[in-house]
Design a protein around this ligand. Structure first.
Ligand code: SF4
Length: 320
C-alpha cells in the first residue's frame, strides 16, 4: 500500500519547573495503508506521547512538539491550525484507548455518544443519525444495535463497552487508527478478541493501525512491522517476523525474552534487569548502556546512529 503516515525526527518535550523531559526524542517511522505497526516498549519509553503527538493532543501546558514532521496523507499536520486539526481528528486519524472505563462518558447514552462522534447533530435528520449510529455498532459486531442506543455504559459488559469505544473511533472512517493498550489490567482474551475485530475491519477497509503496547507477544500476533522504543527513541524498526525470530538490538532481545508465557501472564510482567532510565537525566551515549550486557567503552560516550541491517530493518546500536 501507499505510505499514509510518515513521522520524521519527532521531538516532544515537557517543560516543568526548570526541568525538561524529552519524552519523544528523535522518533521516525512510517505506516502504509492496510498495515499494522506495533510501537512497543516499557512504560515511560515515550510510546503514548508519540501517539498523542500524532493527534496533536500532547498534554498542555507543559507538553510541546518542539520539532519534526508528521505527514498524514501527504500533509504536515504540525502546520495545521487548531480548527483544521479538529477536522482531521476522527476523520483521518483516530485513537482508541483500550480502557473503556476512561473513554466512555457515564452520563450519556451510547447513542448520544455515537452521534456526537459522527458530528451531525444539526445537519442531518434524526432518522438518518440513528441509521448511521446503528451501522457503526453493527460494524463492530454489536448484536441488536437498535436496542443498544438507549443504553448507558454501566449497563454493558466490559467487552461490549470496548466495542462501542471502537465504533465511536471508527464512525467517521479514519484511514489511521491508534489503539493504545489498557492502563488497567484487562483480560488478555478480551483484548485479543478486540484486536482481532480491528484486524477484520482492516481487511475490509484497508485501515492502517498503530498498536501501542508493552507486550511483544501481542505485537508478534497482530502486527506487520514493529518500532521498538527505549527512553524516547526508536532503537529497532522493521518486519515483525524477522525481529521476533532474530532480534538485533540488545534491548529488543531482552524485551522478547521477557514475554511471559500465556499461563503466567497475570503473575509476572517484566524482568529486564536494571532500572528504567530517568527521562530527565537519560544516560549518555546509548541510553540502554547501563542495562546492556554487551556494552563497550564507546557505548556510554557516542550516540549510536541508525543503520539498515536488512531491507526495511533498522537498528541503532554500536554492535552493527
Ligand atoms: Fe548495548 Fe552498546 Fe548496543 Fe547500546 S550501543 S545496545 S550499550 S551494545
Amino acid at each position: 500500500g501507499n505510505v499514509i503516515l510518515e513521522v520524521e525526527d519527532l521531538h516532544t518535550y515537557f517543560f516543568n519547573r526548570g526541568s525538561t523531559v524529552k519524552a519523544v526524542d528523535g522518533v521516525s517511522f512510517f505506516l502504509r495503508e492496510g498495515e499494522t505497526l506495533g510501537i512497543v516498549g516499557e512504560s515511560g519509553c515515550g510510546k503514548t506521547m508519540t501517539a498523542l503527538s500524532l493527534l496533536r493532543l500532547v498534554p498542555q501546558p507543559a507538553g510541546k512538539i518542539v520539532s519534526g514532521e508528521i505527514r498524514l496523507n501527504g500533509e504536515d499536520i504540525l502546520q495545521k491550525s487548531d480548527d483544521e486539526m479538529r477536522q482531521i481528528r476522527g476523520r483521518q486519524i483516530s485513537m482508541i484507548l483500550q480502557d473503556p472505563q476512561t473513554s466512555l462518558n457515564p452520563v450519556f447514552t451510547i447513542g448520544n455518544q455515537l452521534m456526537e462522534a459522527l458530528g451531525m447533530a444539526r445537519r442531518e435528520g434524526r432518522k438518518n443519525m440513528i441509521t448511521r449510529a446503528v451501522d457503526a455498532l453493527r460494524n463492530v459486531n454489536v448484536a441488536a444495535p437498535e436496542r443498544r442506543l438507549e443504553d448507558f455504559p454501566h449497563q454493558m459488559s466490559g467487552g461490549m463497552k470496548q466495542r462501542v469505544v471502537g465504533a465511536i473511533a471508527l464512525s467517521c472512517e479514519p484511514g489511521v487508527i491508534i489503539a493504545d493498550e489498557p492502563t488497567t489490567a484487562l483480560d488478555v482474551t478480551i483484548q485479543l478478541q478486540y484486536l482481532r475485530l480491528l484486524k477484520d475491519i482492516q481487511a475490509e477497509t484497508g485501515l492502517a493501525i498503530i498498536f501501542i503496547t508493552h507486550d511483544f507477544g501481542v505485537v508478534a500476533r497482530m502486527c506487520d512491522r514493529v518500532a521498538v522504543m527505549y527512553a524516547g527513541r526508536v532503537v529497532e524498526n522493521g518486519p515483525v517476523r524477522e525481529i521476533f525470530n532474530e532480534p538485533s538490538h540488545p534491548y529488543t532481545r531482552a524485551l522478547i525474552d521477557s514475554v511471559p508465557k500465556l499461563e503466567e501472564r497475570t503473575a509476572r510482567l517484566y524482568s529486564i534487569e536494571g532500572e528504567v532510565p530517568s527521562p530527565i537525566n537519560p544516560p549518555s551515549g546509548c541510553r540502554f548502556h547501563p542495562r546492556c550486557p554487551f556494552a563497550m567503552d564507546q557505548c556510554s560516550v557516542d550516540i549510536p546512529v541508525d543503520k539498515e541491517v536488512a531491507p526495511g530493518h533498522r537498528v541503532s546500536c554500536h554492535l552493527y
